[in-house]
Write a protein that binds this ligand. Structure first.
Ligand code: NAD
Length: 359
């Protein structure tokens, strides 16, 4: 029997509650599909500060690097807001992404048909569903480029940031996008600002060249301003959206708003092939509802599904989790964040149990 090791970073706030539900689902699906999962918890964020004084202990880094994949809840909360900037819970998150070399962020923006009215878009635009995958470069570009401030001789202060991408950086994220598209709708839209930026012109040239290795995938290019507009105007035209770090930061938040419910959206961050990936919901630690047993665990459960698909290659089990989530939604089972006033919401644990039952 195949055996995989998974590090659990429960984190803070609702993190432990939602990760526990995902573990329930992972255990059930692994029994059904005949593989075994070994779970090892490790500390991150505020919980790690409380126990060790720092948000990312070295043991956590070592544990994550030694496992097949990492499942994270969320970090942060008011308890640690007074920590100095370099010792805040969020530093743990940035630290683990860097330590694991995670250069690709995959964020599906999915609208499930029973929740279509959660989207702020009109029904004639969103229809009964939407399924876009944003592939964002995560460790390059303007967020990591040279920056600084200068004072001119006349005393005028200015500041600058630099967008820089190398060909290998663009190539590796382009491969992730094309390979992802091969498993989906075989269409990549690459986002840039090649009418103005030199870094975008190199981006476009490189993506176009890599596309030749994927003749089955249709490639088109959109300027970022147009892509932002098209996401609102006609999101169904997209399959995989390939973006730089900054463009993806902005467009993925826009896409998640179009999808509607923050408690439904999963994500994965990946490094070099064969290295462990990190899977987490896109929402935060929701301190306002922590400990109440009402958090929506579906984003974390869907992140666990992505973990099976992309890190372990257990595609059937991943499909089963997605189908089970669709079934509980079809059956009208809702946590408070996605329930209509006329519906009686269920708890975090009941939602987890319902997904297990639907498997
Ligand atoms: P948040 O995503 O935690 O919460 C925003 C709103 O959405 C809240 O009303 C919350 O109750 C609700 N919500 C979020 N997830 C939910 C779920 N699964 N089910 C039901 N409702 C849900 O964002 P915030 O309030 O801006 O941040 C809270 C803390 O989380 C801060 O400390 C922030 O730094 C941290 N944070 C962490 C991450 C992460 O770990 N990746 C991401 C964003 C924010």
């Amino acid at each position: 029997m195949k055996k995989y090791s998974i590090t659990l970073l429960r984190g803070d706030g609702i993190g432990p509650e939602i990760v526990d539900e995902a573990v329930k689902v992972l255990k059930a699906v692994s029994e059904k599909y005949g593989f075994s999962l070994e779970f090892t918890p490790a500390l991150i964020g505020g919980a790690a500060i409380d126990a060790t004084g720092v948000p990312l202990p070295q043991e956590t880094v070592d544990q994550c690097l030694a496992s097949d994949a990492v499942l994270l809840g969320a970090v942060g909360g008011p308890k640690w807001d007074s920590q100095p900037g370099n010792n805040r819970p969020e530093k743990g998150l940035l630290g683990i992404r860097a330590a694991m070399g995670l250069f690709a962020n995959l964020r599906p923006a999915v609208v499930y048909s029973p929740l279509a009215d959660a989207s702020p878009l009109k029904p004639e635009i969103i229809g009964d569903s939407m399924d876009v995958m944003i592939v964002r470069e995560l460790t390059g570009g303007i967020y990591f480029g040279t920056r600084g401030r200068e004072t001119a001789e006349d005393g005028t202060l200015s500041a600058y940031d630099t967008e820089r991408y190398s060909v290998p950086e663009i190539e590796r994220i382009a491969h992730v996008a094309f390979e992802t598209a091969m498993k989906r709708g075989k269409k990549v839209t690459s986002v840039d600002k090649a009418n103005v930026l030199e870094s975008s012109r190199l981006w476009r040239e490189t993506v176009t060249r890599i596309a030749e290795q994927y003749p089955e995938v249709e490639l088109n290019h959109q300027y970022v301003d147009n892509a932002a507009m098209q996401l609102c105007r006609n999101p169904k035209q997209f399959d995989v959206l390939l973006t730089s770090n900054i463009f993806g930061d902005i467009l993925s938040d826009e896409a998640s708003q179009i999808a509607g419910s923050i408690g439904m959206l999963a994500s994965s961050s990946m490094g070099e092939a064969g290295k462990p990936g990190l899977y987490e919901p896109i929402h935060g630690s929701a301190p306002d509802i922590a400990g109440k047993g009402i958090a929506n665990p579906l984003a974390t459960i869907l992140s666990a599904g992505m973990l099976l698909r992309y890190s372990l290659g257990e595609v059937e089990a991943a499909d089963a989790i997605e189908a089970a989530v669709k079934k509980v939604l079809d059956d009208g089972i809702r946590t408070p964040d996605i329930a209509k006033p006329t519906e009686t919401p269920v708890s975090t644990a009941v939602m987890g149990d319902a997904v297990v039952a639907a498997l």
